[in-house]
Design a protein around this ligand. Sequence first.
Ligand code: ADP
Ligand code: ASP
Ligand code: MG
Length: 451
Amino acid sequence: MQVWKFGGTSVGKPERMHSIKNLITKDGKQKMVVLSALSGTTNTLLSIAESLYKNNDPEAIQKIDALYAHYQAFIKELYKTENGLKKGQEIIEKEFNFIRSLVHIKPFTLKEEKEIAAQGEILSTQMFTAYLEEEGVKAVLLPALEFMRIDMDDEPMLDFLDEKLGEMLKPHTDKEIIVTQGYICRNPQGEIDNLKRGGSDYTASLVGAGIHAEEIQIWTDIDGMHNNDPRVVKRTFPVRELSFDEAAELAYFGAKILHPFTIRPARLRNIPVRLLNTMQPEAVGTLISNQTVSKDIKAIAAKDGIVGIQIRSSRMLLAYGFLRKVFEIFEKYKTPVDMITTSEVAVSLTIDHVSHLKEIQEELEKFSTIYVDTDQTIICIVGDFTFNQNGIVNRVMDALRNIPLRMVAYGGSEYNISVLIPTEYKEQAMNMLNERLFFYEETMKTIFTAP
Ligand code: ADP
Ligand code: ASP
Ligand code: MG
């Protein structure tokens, strides 16, 4: 079986739901289909939560009414029969009654926020399954809240998923399409929780690993992983093939097309991941697998909101035990470290979880001097950097010659180099890198033929 995931834009309009029905039923093969919320819905739900935190009930009610009107209009175009529309009406009535009931809960807490945030996927999957049924497709909706769990460290419980989903699938061998929600899960307290923004990709990969799928397909609004962030750089193009390691690196360091952890479960069970475009289904897209192809530069990604911390030791830094002391503090506050560089007198590292920054700083200051830089960006360049054999590191440095570099990490693996820069230089740096790494010959020609 394959797992196909459709993102917000892919389900964001009634006619898109009509076309994905055609896409998923074309080959007649049984599939698991993971859906996100309709585009914009999760943002709206979170902004309703924001109003409720502020106790601004009239504002929350106004936002709920507007969202409700949007869904009313949506179902009128989605369904073609009176019965279908009636079913759609029942679905949105039930879920919006629930959303409205949260307005009366005081105080409004994180628990209620997560319940509200989950409604997007709960709505989209019910509406879509009812539409498939209206069209005569044999379909069933399996609630993700029954098989997707996270543990105390927010880690998805894959063994539980394997077993539970296996059981839940058994009675449905006759179904062509098995629908489920992306993003949502339950936490160890049994409450509704989620896999963080963009988490539907992660759901698809976890489900794919859980059922040992033949392939995981992520259908979105672009024709695969591009060589650079199309929101920041004008001239980008799709990368045909990536290895799991390369894709994991790009996703972790900011390529929004994939949730940062999507690749982990797929790599664990060696399941290929294909990125495809719902608006242009015939485009080849990107295939991510355990194969490494061509020795070249593949792509660039950037992650904002990074804090750089320089830790200067009062005594000799690299005396053994010092780094352990440093990293134990980050471990204690469950704060992952992304980049590290060292010198004889100092170690610099980066974090993006800043909720415990103050405590971390206080503990580090007991035995060192600390310098903290906020508003930093990590730019990650992925490709073949084996011993700089292609001279590519030189090209990277040349492209970044006018950018203040705060840190450079090279040699951690042979397939990436990362730099830390102030966020204000991000656009300039990514465009310079793009020209120098992907349009090198063209750029050189312009330089040498210029009058
Ligand atoms: P979905 O709602 O389908 O999950 P997302 O908006 O989360 O879609 O992800 C797709 C978007 O990711 C694209 O529209 C594009 O703007 C953005 N993006 C950022 N970096 C890349 C990249 N390297 N390649 C492709 N898309 C990227
Ligand atoms: N709907 C969720 C979000 O907007 C999950 C997803 O789209 O992947 O973050
Ligand atoms: Mg997404």
